[in-house]
Design a protein around this ligand. Structure first.
Ligand SMILES: NC(=O)c1ccc[n+]([C@@H]2O[C@H](COP(=O)([O-])OP(=O)(O)OC[C@H]3O[C@@H](n4cnc5c(N)ncnc54)[C@H](O)[C@@H]3O)[C@@H](O)[C@H]2O)c1
Length: 246
């Protein structure tokens, strides 16, 4: 029997009920992990709960209390947490002139605090076992001047947090790395598909001449989650078909 790359590991994937997160949940479970798909969308979690080796759990990543309860429950149930992917997030199409403080705070609460709280609560359990891998999903907009708005600011926060957490938790055996997706075809970007012209322009502007797919990100997350990357921490991996290399 083939041994999976995440054999016997316990993994938490936030935003695991849709898009990139859903793809990670499926890939991680296929590679032998028991996966906790944590999401705010209760309806979508019902579908998730039907999958083999996947447990759907309700979580609002912007809630410190939710995080404390989920991390405790998973640790008590399985005796360890090997992998955390901070993937849950929201985006916005609002032009910068219309963005107000409420918009800013909501975005930073979910995308910024959500990742911070995940690391805060889960890394301490990983540290008890002296082992763990955390993968944070930022965005190419945190790498280049693309998007003067609250979304890119929130993803910049994720970028900074990842490096700082890597240095803070390295001695405890916990690795922290970040992925920077370009435009990936998921429910988050479905608005794009209404304009064939725009999609064509984006493809033209991308060296690899296509948009990204959820599996492009899930495959990279699998590598960082697995022991194949055991000497990698604080790293940044851009997955955008070469867009930001130009
Ligand atoms: N799709 C892209 O082009 C792209 C590009 C760069 C980065 N990203 C990032 O990748 C991640 C996944 O995006 P996606 O495209 O799969 O989006 P998606 O909308 O398909 O999925 C996001 C998931 O997060 C969940 N979620 C939202 N708010 C939550 C909260 N407060 N608590 C818990 N769960 C919550 C949603 O219910 C959903 O299941 C996001 O962080 C996004 O910013 C996406």
């Amino acid at each position: 029997m083939k041994i999976g790359r995440l054999d016997k590991k316990i993994a938490i994937v936030t935003g695991g009920a849709s898009g990139i997160g859903e793809q990670m949940v499926d890939l991680f479970s296929k590679e032998g992990a028991t996966v906790i798909a944590a999401d705010i969308n209760k309806e979508a979690l019902e579908k998730v709960n039907q999958k083999e080796n996947v447990i759907g759990m309700k979580l609002n990543v912007a809630s410190d209390e939710d995080w404390a309860a989920l991390a405790k429950e998973v640790y008590q149930c399985f005796g360890k947490i090997d992998v955390l992917v901070n993937n849950a997030g929201i985006s916005s199409e609002k032009p910068y002139a219309d963005i107000n403080l409420d918009d800013w705070q909501k975005m930073l609460s979910i995308n910024g605090f959500g990742s911070f709280a995940g690391i805060k609560h889960v890394a301490s359990y990983m540290a008890k076992e002296k082992k763990g891998s955390i993968v944070n999903i930022s965005s190419y907009t945190a790498q280049i001047g693309q998007g003067f708005n609250h979304y890119s600011a929130s993803k910049g926060a994720v970028r900074a947090l990842s490096k700082a957490a890597a240095t803070t938790f390295g001695k405890s055996g916990v690795r922290v790395n970040a992925l920077f997706p370009g435009i990936i075809e998921t429910p988050m970007t479905k608005g794009l598909s209404t304009s064939k012209e725009l999609v064509g322009q984006l493809i033209q502007a991308t060296p690899l001449q296509r948009l990204g797919q959820p599996e492009d990100i899930a495959n990279a997350a699998l590598f960082l989650a697995s022991d194949d990357s055991s000497y990698i921490t604080g790293a940044e991996l851009v997955i955008d078909g070469g867009f930001s290399a130009q």
